[in-house]
Design a protein around this ligand. Sequence first.
Ligand code: NAD
Ligand code: MG
Length: 334
Amino acid sequence: MVKMYYDGDADLGALRDKTIAVIGYGSQGHAHALNLKDSGLNVIVGLRPSSKFVTPAKEAGFEVLSPAAAARKADFIMILVPDEFAAEVYRQDIEPGLKAGKALAFAHGFNIHFGYVKPPKDIDVVMIAPKGPGHLVRSVYTEGAGVPALIAVHQDASGHARELVLAYAKGIGGTKAGVIETTYKEETETDLFGEQAVLCGGVSALIQAGFETLVEAGYQPEMAYFECCHEMKLIVDLIYNHGLAGMRYSVSNTAEYGDYTVGPKIINADAKKRMQEILARIQSGAFAKEFVDECKAGKPNMEKMRAAAKAHQIEKVGAEIRAAIPWMKGQKLL
Ligand code: NAD
Ligand code: MG
């Protein structure tokens, strides 16, 4: 088993006399800034003056500066803007404020690993990546716990980079749950693969294909939605808490038999071969380039795919069903 780091392995003292700049106040940014502040560390927030987050960050008690001014002032700079903007923000605002001995951090390895950000050699370059959405990083911390996190050291110019990342991970609550060490390469490639092949792409396509198959065969769309989408959470909760074996213990024998005999017919050797091809495109940087080019062009394909996906019948049926379930009614993502 890989080594897990907990609170006792980390010392907030490594960051105590330093100024930490959190650049961005979105999903991850607000959570990191607030948790670090509540851990007694010295945090400033870097935002464009036009950002809708300037007011909430000030109301939370932070000194809010432009990203450039925050980077000049801070010793430890955590970049938490969307990955597709990070290279530009780095070039324009962060790099001019860097000098020997400072530390630059990210919560995802994309820009460093694929070379879109190339920091100078005389600074520390590290990663602290919570394995959960930002809003959970904050809410779980306020309950006295933490979301597990990954840490990585890409450059250790100071000789103290590991103490810094462990302190930061402790400051956001990560060492309460457990922190494991990885590399920029491993975090970036596994993260992209997971979200494409399994977590986001794989699951969405599986749900949608199952739904379409039942509807096209003449079954009621509401039945198809319950079966292929709504129940997914119940099954995944069992897997999350008890493993695949625990899920199979809980479902009926009929379901368990169908699982063993049919699952591998759907996700067969051919599907696995395509997963390997997807992984190779990630490793070569081909996916990263495709995404960066798409963003540079103003995301025209992304907008088209987003609109088409939103217009799919499953969204309409799902919205009606969720509105009809008392405790799901009115739940909105902010
Ligand atoms: P987000 O979209 O929630 O927040 C982005 C922040 O950056 C906002 O404050 C926004 O105002 C600011 N911003 C947007 N465009 C900007 C620009 N051009 N210049 C300057 N600031 C700009 O982002 P996020 O989801 O918190 O992601 C931040 C980082 O955390 C990314 O590297 C992401 O991969 C990583 N990460 C996110 C999650 C998650 O749960 N969302 C989980 C793990 C890691
Ligand atoms: Mg991920």
